[in-house]
Ligand binder design. Structure first.
Ligand SMILES: Nc1ncnc2c1ncn2[C@@H]1O[C@H](COP(=O)(O)OP(=O)(O)OP(=O)(O)O)[C@@H](O)[C@H]1O
Ligand SMILES: [Mg+2]
Length: 174
């Protein structure tokens, strides 16, 4: 019998040698310099660093949401083996919000202040799951339940300013 190492499952997310540079005036700012990490399925991963060290820019790069002109983005991001940086934008839109999501740092500017929580969740559910009407409402209630918000049907009618800061940035209960 041969002694073999147990097979390590392929990572869910793999970031390899990510570098991000922004053009600023005549020069360049290096926001991320050669960052690599892997996240396994079901793993809770924390990226820690001082203010301005590039955590948000790393997350925004993975989501392909860095829109500044003249931004140089190098490296590879693989989600379940799919190279996100090579995907056409249309395919990326299916991944973004479908397979990979982001809780933004400032929820007051991420959520639309004039649309109810139910409407904003409904847009995502319609786009990625094709659900409408009552089915969509039930799915939104299930989502809010998953993140432990009390009275989900009432939250659907609420507007962002009626939720607390923490309620605007919920995470699934572990
Ligand atoms: N669009 C941009 N154009 C130019 N520079 C930027 C841009 N976005 C971020 N930066 C710079 O990139 C660096 C990293 O910023 P980032 O927002 O990733 O920091 P952070 O680690 O998330 O900080 P915090 O803990 O304060 O949220 C900073 O020096 C910031 O000024
Ligand atoms: Mg940040």
């Amino acid at each position: 019998m041969s002694l073999r190492e147990p097979l390590k499952p392929p990572p869910l997310l793999s970031v390899r040698d990510l570098s991000v540079r922004f053009c600023q005036g005549d020069g360049e700012v290096t926001a991320v310099a050669g960052v690599s990490f892997e996240i396994q399925r079901g793993e809770c991963f924390a990226l820690v660093g001082e203010s301005g060290s590039g955590k948000s820019v790393t997350a925004l790069s993975v989501m392909r949401l860095l829109l500044s002109q003249g931004t140089s983005l190098l490296g590879d991001v693989l989600l379940d083996g799919v190279d996100l940086f090579s995907l056409p934008e249309q395919a990326m839109e299916t991944f973004r919000g479908g397979r990979i999501g982001m809780v933004f740092q400032d929820p007051m500017t991420s959520l639309n202040p004039v649309l109810s929580i139910g409407y904003q969740l409904g847009e995502v559910i319609a786009r990625h799951q094709g659900l409408h009407g009552e089915q969509q409402r039930l799915e939104a209630i299930a989502w809010l339940d998953q993140v432990g918000l009390p009275d989900p049907p009432a939250q659907l009618k609420a507007f962002p300013h009626q939720l607390s800061g923490g309620m605007r940035q919920p995470r699934p209960l572990m």
